[in-house]
Design a protein around this ligand. Structure first.
Ligand SMILES: [Zn+2]
Length: 414
């Protein structure tokens, strides 16, 4: 009864085995990456690190953890003192004062893979956070540890996961930078961009991960900076095999570290899974992190980098907001904008207690349509409108609340 297997049978068996081995290996890589991510975020956002504020013991412990990882992966030291690059920052210590500033020293952690290629890709993420709160915090009841799991242990972990993923692909050199001082005003990235340890002329682009741990069920991924090269939009679509629901914005400037590199005429992207209730509060904890989502983002970014090498002339483009003067704010409304809102106006995602908007009766979910005589169609226009006021001024804000349009008088107090 024993029949000799035909060539077709052999080929089918062979094919299925390859599929199986491939699936098994992929699955194993995914498991390894996710289990490393859980370790990274759990440690970095643990109470032991006391919120990783610049200039504190917690910042140093986090920096040491990143150094251990860089060593494991044999990265070349690209700081000034080993992997470290020190910088000074003046930070506001007292939330009630604009004057009293504290001088602190922060640490950037920098590692390099030198493949002797002409071009380098920079991967960045800030590892500092708000410590026990104070300026920048949206939790004003008492001083508590702000663990910053999403902001930005998640970004650091994606950066670390990309090291072994990219090291096999010798198409670029890769520079990995974990920044500090981001929360107090992009101090670390700004210092690096002005005091680089590689030639920035040869940098093809910079990718920034800031808050990538909350991928929602609808798969919404915000990518900012898509106007900084004419090549981004097609590239981002071409490798979008996991069907991310992309929300792109063109501007190269924004409230995170990619801005510092954009200002050096480098194409940038900022990856962001969106704003949430726990933003800048002690409740931004590891149990709310979507690790599978972080894995998907890591895979997506790896594919973006690999595919980008097929593009010959990766140009830099200035985006609109950079030509206008950066607005200087003398006042704030004390609201949190919904960065993922894509309708007309500025949707409010949160209102800080006892601040201007709160006192004017503005609510979470309201959409700002205009302020004084200025139309507000998006965040940029909102910032521009806001920059015209100073403490003591009053104005009228037009809001859409559910289906009603209402006018609310606002007084900007200290
Ligand atoms: Zn952040």
């Amino acid at each position: 009864m024993n029949k000799k297997p035909t060539l077709t049978t052999i080929l089918i068996v062979l094919f299925l085995s390859i599929l199986f081995i491939n699936f098994f290996l992929n699955n194993k890589t995914q498991k390894t990456i996710i289990s490393n991510m859980i370790k990274d975020v759990s440690y970095l956002s643990s109470d032991d690190l006391e919120g990783r504020k610049i200039g504190t013991k917690g910042e140093k412990l986090a920096a040491e953890y990143i150094v251990e990882k860089f060593k494991q992966y044999d990265l070349i030291e690209k700081g000034i003192d080993g992997y470290y690059q020190y910088f000074n920052a003046s930070i506001r210590e007292n939330p009630h004062s604009r004057v009293i500033k504290n001088k602190v020293q922060g640490i950037n952690v920098i590692g390099f893979i030198d493949n002797k290629m002409k071009e380098t890709i920079i991967i960045g993420a800030h590892y500092d956070h708000l410590g026990f709160g104070g300026p920048g915090s949206l939790f004003l009841d008492s001083m508590q540890i702000h663990n910053g799991a999403d902001d930005n242990a998640s970004g650091v972990s994606v950066l670390l996961s990309l090291i072994p993923e990219l090291s096999r692909h010798k198409i670029y050199n890769y520079l990995f930078i974990a920044f500090s001082g981001e929360e107090q005003g992009l101090f670390g990235s700004s210092f690096y961009a002005k005091n680089p340890t590689i030639d920035l002329e040869n940098v093809r682009f910079m990718l920034n991960f800031d808050m990538v741990g909350r991928l929602s069920q609808d798969n919404i991924l915000a990518i900012n900076g898509t106007g900084t090269s004419s090549k981004w939009k097609k590239l981002l679509q071409d490798v979008n095999i996991d069907n991310f629901n992309l929300r792109t914005s063109e501007s190269g400037t924004g409230p995170s570290d990619h801005t510092s590199f954009y200002l050096q005429n480098i194409p940038v992207l900022h990856f962001f899974t969106g704003q949430h209730q726990d933003y800048h509060k002690p409740t931004d904890d590891v149990d709310k992190i979507n690790f599978k989502g972080m894995y998907k983002i890591t895979k997506y970014v790896k594919n973006i980098i690999l595919k980008s090498s097929k593009i010959t002339d990766f140009d830099f483009k200035e985006t609109v907001s950079s030509t206008t003067i950066t607005p200087k704010f003398k006042v704030t409304l004390g609201i949190m904008p919904d960065y993922l809102f894509d309708g007309v106006g500025l949707r409010i995602d949160g209102v800080s207690k006892d601040r201007t908007a709160f006192k004017a009766g503005i609510l979470k979910g309201d959409i700002v349509l205009s302020m004084g005589g200025d139309e507000v169609n998006d965040i940029m226009q909102y910032m521009k409108a806001l920059s015209k006021y100073k403490i003591g001024d009053s104005t009228s804000v037009k809001l859409l609340r559910k289906s009603d349009t209402i006018q609310v008088p606002v007084f900007f107090f200290k």
